[in-house]
Write a protein that binds this ligand. Sequence first.
Ligand code: KIV
Length: 273
Amino acid sequence: MSKHVTARRHTPRSLAALDAPIVALTAYTTPMARLMDPHCDLLLVGDSLGMVVYGMDSTLAVTPEMMIAHGQAVVRGSKNACVAIDLPFGSYQQSPQQAFAVSAEIMAKTGAGCVKLEGGVEMAETVHFLTQRGIPVIGHIGLKPQAVHTHGGFRTVGRGSEAEQVMQDAKAIEAAGAFSVVIESTMEPLAREISETLSIPTIGIGASPACGGQVLVGEDMLGLFSDFTPRFVKRFAAIGEQVDKAVAEYAAAVRDRSFPGPEQCVGMPKKES
Ligand code: KIV
């Protein structure tokens, strides 16, 4: 009898044990997840979806319901990558118990493998509470977009005296039991030092090539936006331009009635040539 072997999805454990850099992208929908999944170890349903998908100015108005709906879509569209879901602003900062309730709901309703939350020393107690109760956690330090108003904007973190605080954040999140930590928009030498100091993998975005992995917002790296993109984004494609061209051609074809043609219609006689 032949044995049917099903490839297993990455887990927090297998990610932490990878001997190559972790390849991660954000994904918010099933079609994108399907395209990214074969190439990625980790798909992050980031709360950046508030800005990328819903056109908000920040991530602050994103809700657990939004994260659950998009998390379900990404889990449905993937079978290789571990799926991580961001805890949105206001859903976890109040207490470890509040964080556990929202994490458990998100994981149960989506089937995601872990959650990610922003914060350093101040969130260490919460990370410990979650990891002790079966919730694998990715930390997020450096630029924390949910703290945009106290940060003073979306700026690079870790210059001067700020560096020591970010290092303390990294150590606290590791000691609390996170299996990985995202370092966002942080001075390269500091991100490098943190990556060399911690024993869990760091995942950089605007951080350092020395990180244990890299993540980008999928729409940014695909060039789906024409608006401002941060310096740390490298566009690996210009899909936005292709969309623009395709939609312009479609509009012209509708207006000159060349679409739909006989191939797209039932019972329509082909034109004599
Ligand atoms: O929300 C998000 O997309 C993120 C990434 C930028 C890491 O947190």
